[in-house]
Design a protein around this ligand. Structure first.
Ligand SMILES: N[C@@H](CCC(=O)N[C@@H](CS)C(=O)NCC(=O)O)C(=O)O
Length: 259
């Protein structure tokens, strides 16, 4: 059986999320690296087209996408119609959206690996807790933490020459929002070892990619204000699968005078 394929660069947060769950379950996979700075994920030779541009244009819900791709002279693909990474392929099955891919991986291989990170083998109450904290990560935590990571790391990394200095008001607003979320996490982690209960779950591990990069910024010390959260983060980082994935995520950025 050929291994599943992940398309994208392993330093990217959403690619790292997929790799993390593949590593957690010990599945065999092939990483097809794409140079995102060069825009490889948008070039026709790196995507597997099986719909023509005409067919795609005729599918009205995608009109807006078509306009975007036309403007960028980019190519839409059957792998990732939004031209984002990761793309994922398991035989004839093609998936996109990293959280959905991660769930597929856990459902396909979690049993063999003896891991029930989605809580699906527990009662519906445990399952609901995993679902709820998974939503909290996507709807509260990610919007709070990601502007700092974008301003300090991602934008300077992608823009040749480092782009402009981070937007101070965006960073400050984001830190304020993050503190609000971390306060809620602190209270939760006073009652249980992990977010959804006393076992690690999908919800906890989804925090890895963005938090990993946040911890390379000068604002990492915000976490010191929340001892339970800090201890939880250290427990997550100690996992071998996490370390294997984070090894491909750089930690040395040119964070200098602009701070
Ligand atoms: N919600 C999507 C987001 C995908 C996404 O934005 N990927 C980023 C990399 S982490 C990307 O491809 N950026 C390059 C671009 O937008 O051109 C997911 O979770 O897979």
């Amino acid at each position: 059986m050929s291994p599943v394929k992940v398309f994208g660069h392993p330093m990217l947060t959403n690619v790292a999320r997929v790799l993390l769950f593949l590593e957690e379950v010990g599945a065999e996979y092939e990483l097809v690296p794409l140079d995102f700075v060069a825009g490889e994920h948008k070039r026709p030779q790196h995507v597997q087209l099986n719909v023509s541009r005409r067919q795609f244009v005729d599918r009205s819900p995608y009109q807006v996408q078509v306009m975007i791709f036309d403007r960028d002279a980019a190519c839409f693909s059957s792998l990732q119609p939004f031209a984002k990474m990761p793309g994922f392929q398991d035989g004839d099955l093609v998936l996109f959206e990293s959280r959905a891919i991660a769930k597929y991986i856990l459902r396909k291989y979690g049993g063999t690996a003896g891991l029930d990170l989605l809580g699906e083998n527990s009662g519906i109450e445990e399952l609901a807790m995993v679902d709820m904290w998974t939503e909290v990560e996507a709807q509260q935590y990610y919007p709070a933490i990601s502007p700092v990571v974008f301003e300090c790391i991602i934008i300077p990394f992608i823009i040749p020459g480092g782009g402009a200095a981070p937007n101070r008001s965006v960073v400050d607003e984001s830190l304020e929002r993050l503190r609000g979320v971390l306060g809620i996490y602190e209270a939760r982690l006073e009652k249980s070892s992990y977010l959804a209960g006393d076992s690690i779950s999908f919800a906890d591990l989804n925090h890895i990619p963005f938090t990993f990069y946040f911890m390379t910024t000068p604002y990492a010390k915000v976490f010191d204000e929340y001892p339970k959260v800090k201890a939880w983060w250290e427990m997550l980082m100690a996992r071998p699968a996490v370390q294997r994935v984070c090894k491909h995520m750089p930690t040395k950025f040119k964070l200098g005078a602009q701070y």
